[in-house]
Design a protein around this ligand. Structure first.
Ligand code: MTE
Length: 322
């Protein structure tokens, strides 16, 4: 990832992909290294004013509880969930998305589901909200950068959307395309990543009951910086698999080449399952810092969801298929 929490940065990471990509970007844009490094110094939670969770609003506030939610972990504060973000279309510092994402146009909004399907469909966000009963899913989110949160998402099983188009038997993967609004997204004017931000899943991963299309959090609609009006949440994978502000879902028989795979093929794999035994080439993945905590905690296999998802990968070498 480009930017890390300043207290997580250790000297050996100074020549990170982060800097590599930003150097590439700075060469293209002519922005000086000092300015780019300056970007990295922003994004501190401490500099944000205290922010209370908003008043919950229907239909998000009436979402039913789910047995898939984690029951015994403290929620990350609304302030941290909505002020410490990665959404590079709005900039590479953690504070940029909440600063600039108000400009994102989220209505009208449609998502097209097409590719290897019997009948392609375009759904409005209102269609999506009605596709299945909304549920609250309290999930852990582990970022590949080494931090984690516990977020009370509101959403619906992704399967409820995908089944509407009757995928062909020959389709094997699902590819997610996200919005590009150059007038509203200052980050897409720089080629930090190959836009649009693209992610992908195998069909069985996409159809898994833990995988949701999130449309809200903390009982309200998704804040723009968290990926309004709909974003993917796959809790056993690193957070970057959770593509924000999705506009197209395409069934395909070829493994999608995601934006992060293109940016760093040796660092970010297609699967990107949370795995404390497979280190990032430049840092260990054995531990994580829960935002709000001081001490690090051990990272759990599949982010603690092994009982539900390990069977998806039986017989696979997870070091090779990272
Ligand atoms: N989706 C888009 N479109 N653009 C992004 O830059 N960042 C990813 C993911 N989805 C990203 C994205 C990364 S790196 C992470 S860790 C999560 O969103 C962060 O989600 P959050 O800001 O809601 O915590």
């Amino acid at each position: 990832m480009l930017i890390k929490c300043p207290d997580d940065i250790i000297p050996s990471e100074i020549t990170s992909q982060d800097l590599y990509l930003r150097r590439r970007d700075f060469i293209k844009t002519g922005v000086g290294l000092f300015g780019m490094a300056g970007l990295g110094a922003t994004g501190l939670l401490a500099s944000s004013p205290a922010l209370a969770a908003p008043k919950p609003t229907p239909p998000f506030s009436t979402a039913r509880k789910s047995a898939f939610s984690t029951a015994d972990e403290s929620l990350t504060s609304y302030q941290d969930v909505s002020r410490y973000n990665n959404y590079y279309e709005f900039g590479t510092s953690k504070a940029d998305p909440s600063r600039y994402a108000d400009a994102l146009q989220t209505r009208p909004w449609t998502v097209t589901i097409d590719g290897m399907v019997k009948q392609a469909k375009t759904l409005s966000i209102d269609d999506v909200l009605k596709a299945a009963p909304l549920e609250e899913r309290i999930y852990r989110m582990r970022c590949v950068e080494g931090w984690s949160m516990v977020i009370p998402w509101i959403g619906l099983p992704l399967a409820a959307l995908l089944k509407q188009v009757e995928p062909l038997g020959s389709a094997k993967y699902v590819e997610f395309y996200t919005a590009v609004q150059p007038d509203n997204m200052p980050g897409v004017r720089r080629r930090v990543l190959d836009w649009p931000y693209i992610e992908g899943l195998r069909i069985d991963e996409a159809m898994h009951p833990l995988t949701i299309m999130a449309v809200g959090l903390y009982g309200e609609a998704l804040p723009n910086q968290n990926g309004a009006p709909m974003r993917l949440v796959v809790p056993w994978k690193y957070g970057f698999k959770g593509a924000k502000s999705i506009v197209r879902i395409r069934f395909t028989d070829k493994e999608p080449r995601t934006s992060w795979m293109k940016a760093g093929p040796t660092e970010y794999g297609f699967y990107s399952n949370v795995n404390p035994e497979v280190d990032h080439p430049r840092w260990s993945q054995a531990k994580e810092r829960r935002i709000g905590d001081v001490l690090k905690r051990p990272t759990l296999m599949f982010n603690g969801y092994a009982d539900q998802v390990a069977s998806l990968y039986s017989g696979m070498n997870l070091k090779i298929n990272f």
